[in-house]
Design a protein around this ligand. Structure first.
Ligand code: PMP
Length: 391
């Protein structure tokens, strides 16, 4: 007897769990009349002028491959945008790679730098892909926990404690999915100092930067001496409501972008030309739409956080992203049990905090990238089943 199909699957891949978010939504999708606060995706349709740019690209017959790095015109717009908004300047010829979402930028960044056994730190709770993506590259992922009592900010002392010899990179995401935490300049400066001292790279996923409600968003790439040891990752999915276009990018030292380009070139070739044309339009003329959507998210945030706190689901005011992360410890159930109970009894879908790492236990993630009506309906339904949650 030869190997079974599952034995053909590499051991390190077998060990990686599937995203907890997907598992949970498979249950939710079978329920009629469920209100979802689950999906991490804008409820807005991509602004019309951006969609029109994609349609126009097709009308003009733009159906070819592009340069592996992405269209030069898009890279030029990205360079301008990143300089203006993140205070870091990159050469569009060799320091910018256009990717299939920020997801692919992260993947090729890790594939470009990790050798088997290299250690990569990341702060948790965090976006579900960080640790599995490191492990897919035969790296070792090391979490650094952030805590609700510290507003989910990064404490440099925790980073120092978690650090081990062999750490090659630190992945960070401020504003953070799922907590809504942000980073101050002082905290970033401390991290930058430590990165230099221990000689590691920072991979900074800033996909929610525009959705910052309080304080100024600072990119670690803009700090003194950090451009050379930062891979800046961004995309169009969140701020421009363009998830389906699958548009992202990475900026960094040319040697690293060149290495990332190899992984990208052989696996992907290039991002879709239609999406790239739409992305040019988003960067040139999308600011007003983005600001409009941000204001809507801010209003929904204030409302949903207020409601959770009324229920005694202690909720920190997220300073960025479109997620609230209420604490549910007082119900004395795991986040999975609580999420399942809320789903079955109130027909409201939220993601158990444990899906974002063990430090997310005790919380639920509620996305407010959904209509006011849905948020009102969802929170009213939760209010009605509070006795069951408490029981
Ligand atoms: N990073 C974070 C922190 C995210 O939350 C997401 C999407 N949920 C991504 C990256 C992936 O975004 P994209 O659609 O650009 O691949």
């Amino acid at each position: 007897m030869g190997r079974s199909a599952s034995e053909f699957v590499a051991k390190h891949v077998r060990q990686i769990p599937k995203s907890g978010i997907r598992d949970f939504f498979a249950i939710a999708s079978t329920m009629k009349d469920a209100v979802s606060l689950g999906i991490g995706e804008p409820d807005f349709v991509t602004p019309w002028h951006i969609r029109e740019a994609a349609i126009f690209a097709l009308e003009k017959g733009k159906t070819s491959y592009t340069d592996n790095l992405g269209m030069k015109s898009l890279r030029v717009e990205i360079a301008k945008y990143v300089e203006a908004n993140f205070n870091a300047s990159y050469n569009p010829d060799n320091e910018i790679l256009v990717s299939v979402g920020a997801s692919e930028a992260l993947d090729v960044a890790l594939r470009a730098i990790i050798e088997p056994g290299d250690k990569v730190m990341y702060h948790a709770p965090c976006f579900v892909s960080y640790s599995p993506s490191v492990e897919l590259c035969h790296g070792v992922a090391i979490p650094v926990n952030t805590y609700g009592k510290n507003r989910f900010e990064l404490d440099i002392e925790d980073v120092k404690r978690a650090w081990q010899p062999g750490v090659k990179a630190f992945i960070m995401n401020f504003p953070t999915n799922p907590t809504g935490g942000t980073a101050t300049r002082a905290q970033l400066e401390e991290l930058a100092k430590f990165a230099k001292e221990k000689d590691f790279l920072v991979i900074s996923d800033e996909i929610y930067a525009e959705l910052t409600y309080e304080g100024e968003h600072i990119s670690i790439a803009s700090l003194d001496g950090m451009k050379d040891r930062t891979i800046f990752i961004h995309g169009f999915s969140k701020a421009f409501a363009m998830t389906g276009f699958r548009m992202g990018y990475a900026c960094g030292p040319k040697e690293i972008i060149d290495a990332m380009m190899k992984a990208h070139q052989y696996a992907i070739m290039c991002a879709s030309i239609v999406s790239q044309e739409a992305a040019v339009e988003a960067l040139k003329n999308g600011r007003k739409d983005m600001e409009f959507m941000r204001e809507k998210y801010r209003q929904r945030r204030d409302f949903i956080v207020g409601r959770f706190n009324e229920f005694g689901m202690d909720c920190f005011m997220p300073r960025g992203t479109f997620y609230a992360f209420p604490n549910i410890e007082r119900f004395k159930k795991t986040s999975m049990e609580t999420a399942k109970l809320i789903l079955s009894e109130a027909k409201v879908a939220m993601v158990p905090g444990s899906a974002f790492g063990s430090s997310g236990e005790g919380y639920l993630r509620a996305s407010f990238a959904t209509s006011y009506e849905n948020i009102i309906k969802a929170t009213d339904r939760i209010a009605k089943i509070l006795p069951k949650l408490e029981g």
